[in-house]
Design a protein around this ligand. Structure first.
Ligand code: GCB
Length: 634
């Protein structure tokens, strides 16, 4: 559907896979030095930057750069390349104000139209609705940094690749459209007037995560908050504090200090519990904590208790709100705080209700999760990529359990080690941002990936990475199911590596009739908890007919009735997250008058109209008539 342009950095930098994302890329620095010789200082320096990921930026004092940014739409990457496709040293990142020398100045940010940040560009300007390519963003700001402090430009998310300069000097590059990154700009900032330039390129890449095909709109731009974060020379960049598995009063964890010498003291306090402990950082910059908390109230959907946790070291302090609970798998049960739980869920895309486009506001999160709550759910699958941090924060407060996933979606290039590095990077960025949220129950490494040995190897590696990053969570993936006649067979070899098996099935929509669910038998090879992570069918809100007429509300309602009956016959079923809460934009759904480029499997239309199936699922959840058979201890 969309235009295809050369990615901004089409040529040699591509080979570096910049982002500096993967700390495993040992050759990175030498490649960057090589680039600096051949490409000129500005871009090579970009490649050398290793973005630090600051945790809980939403709980730090920051200077927002949200608002209007001047923008230049640059389909041919003219801002970076000359007419022979050579890198320009006078690119748009210079934000030049007047001509120098003999050549004309052919751009002017100050006179260029603005776009709102955060926000996708597609829904802000009609001409950009179908645009995939590069847009340059520029913003003037004044700043004054205290001497000795470090400064980061934090981007909540930018889809898909970003290139950052401050005052014409390189900051960093990042690949991945749904995770945050931090460009250190300590050396670029001046006291007084400054400007930032960020080129965002939304071109889909065959070797990207995700790849060329997705069933969601490729919204481009600075889609989440942008801010400046000033920290002391030694600062807390990461930490984790969790209830130790199998206990109800032991909090274990660590705080990582950037720039700190071994022996630096760190303290962790939970004032409400009168807990305060000190520890010193080791050679890796980590200080370990073991807090005994006998009076701890556990976090649960019924009682989403959060504690204010204060971390202090030297001049840096950071406060978070953390809930403590344990999650475990016992046989084919999922245990929360030592008791089995059934996950009454729904899948959600990061599509903004009512106004459409990418979701990014508090109101978006409140509307979406408010509907989840209205449905009677205790669980939400945030598909198919990490959502705005607001979603997990609100889920923490509301007591909703969360499945969070990376966009290893459909047929990514599993044979390519660079693609694996990209997937690992996004997985780590997602986990690092959200591992202190009590709501997060499951990390998912993939959705509906084709069965090949290369893919299973690739995904098993991701499972290992997820466990290394967060040993306390359960790991899952949404798998495809094999069909033999009326049998559904779950025997994907990846299942052996997962804690919880997720499966997607579309009986009654892409195959068979809704009532065929009644005759379907399930054969599941694994004695592990099973979540049916998707089922559903498209319906245009307000379109009525008989239960056998596709696209009508009656058809979807019937599909849900038959599905719920079938699911109740699966003994190891421990949850479901039907597809999907709200209709969402998709380039794969052109049917005029019905889809109009929306996937219509929502229980609610994009303008907020509940469809009949919403009430069918709501009743099943409120009466707990689905999953009831499986010994949930309320
Ligand atoms: C799926 C995908 C989901 C699609 C859905 C559909 O299996 O996981 O991303 O949107 O089917 O509607 O076809």
């Amino acid at each position: 559907m969309l235009h295809h342009f050369a990615p901004l950095n089409e040529f040699p930098l591509d080979a570096v896979n910049f982002i500096a994302m993967d700390r495993e890329l040992k050759t990175f620095r030498s490649v960057a030095i090589f680039l600096s010789l051949i490409l000129g200082a500005h871009l090579a320096a970009l490649a050398q930057t290793q973005p630090t990921l600051l945790t809980a930026v939403d709980h730090r004092k920051t200077t927002s750069l949200d608002g209007a940014w001047h923008t230049i739409v640059d389909p041919y990457a003219t801002g970076l390349y000359d007419f022979h496709q050579h890198l320009r040293d006078d690119g748009y990142f210079q934000n030049a104000k007047r001509e120098s020398g003999d050549s004309p100045l052919e751009y002017d940010f100050a006179k260029s139209p603005t776009l709102k940040v955060p926000g996708d560009w597609n829904t802000q300007r009609d001409a950009l609705f179908l645009y995939e390519g590069t847009v340059w963003y520029q913003k003037d700001f004044s700043y004054s940094k205290a001497a000795g402090n470090r400064l980061f430009l934090h981007v909540g998310a930018a889809n898909y690749r970003s290139y950052v300069w401050v005052n014409g000097r390189p900051g960093c590059q990042h690949e991945g459209g749904f995770t945050p990154f931090d460009c250190e700009i300590t050396d670029q900032i001046t006291n007084g007037a400054n400007f930032a330039v960020i080129a965002v390129d939304s071109t889909r890449l065959a070797n990207g995560i995700p790849t060329l095909q997705t069933d969601w709109w490729n919204y481009g731009g600075l889609t989440r908050d942008v801010s400046l974060v000033e920290v002391p020379a030694q600062f807390i960049d990461d930490y984790t504090l969790q209830l130790k598995r199998g206990t109800k009063d032991q909090i274990d964890g660590w705080v990582h200090m950037e720039g700190a010498t071994p022996g630096t003291s760190v303290s962790a306090e939970i004032p409400e519990l009168r807990l305060s402990e000190k520890a010193t950082v080791d050679a890796d910059g980590r200080a370990f904590f073991h807090l005994h908390a006998p009076a701890l109230q556990l976090w649960s959907p019924e009682h989403p208790k959060l504690y204010r946790v204060k971390l202090l070291s030297g001049k840096d302090t950071l406060e978070d709100e953390i809930g403590f609970r344990t999650v475990e798998v016992h046989g084919n049960e999922i245990w929360l705080n030592g008791s089995p739980i059934f996950l009454r869920g729904i899948s959600v895309h990061a599509e903004a209700p009512i106004r459409t486009g990418r979701a990014y506001t508090d109101q978006d999160a409140q509307t979406l999760l408010g509907w989840v709550r209205e449905l009677g759910a205790n669980f939400v699958r945030l598909a198919h990529y990490p959502h705005d941090e607001r979603m997990a924060r609100l889920a923490d407060k509301m007591g909703l359990l969360v499945w969070s996933e990376v966009p290893v979606y459909w047929a990514v290039q599993f044979e390519d080690p660079e693609v694996l590095a990209k997937a690992k990077q996004q997985l780590r960025e997602m986990i690092r941002r959200d591992r202190n949220k009590a709501s997060i129950l499951l990390w998912s490494v993939a959705n509906e990936t084709p069965l090949t040995p290369a893919r299973t190897q690739f995904l098993s590696t991701l499972v290992t990475t997820a466990r290394e990053e967060d040993p306390s969570r359960l790991i899952t993936a949404a798998l495809l199911v094999r069909t033999e006649g009326m049998q559904k067979i779950v025997d994907d070899p990846l299942g052996a590596s997962l804690d919880v098996i997720g499966v997607n099935e579309y009986i009654g929509w892409y195959e068979h009739k809704p009532e065929d669910a009644d005759k379907t038998e399930w054969q599941i090879k694994f004695d592990k908890p099973l979540i049916v992570s998707e089922f559903g069918g498209d319906t245009k809100a307000g379109l009525h007919g008989t239960a056998s007429q596709r696209w009508t509300e009656e058809y979807q309602a019937s599909l849900y009735r038959h599905q719920l009956g079938m699911l109740n016959r699966i003994p190891s079923l421990r949850g479901l997250s039907p597809w999907i809460l709200m209709d969402f934009r998709s380039p794969r759904r052109p049917l005029p008058g019905i889809q109009d480029f929306f996937n219509r499997k929502g229980l609610i239309s994009e303008s907020g109209k509940r469809k009949q199936a919403f009430y069918i699922l709501q009743k099943a959840y409120q009466q707990q008539s689905v999953g009831k058979a499986h010994g949930e201890h309320p």
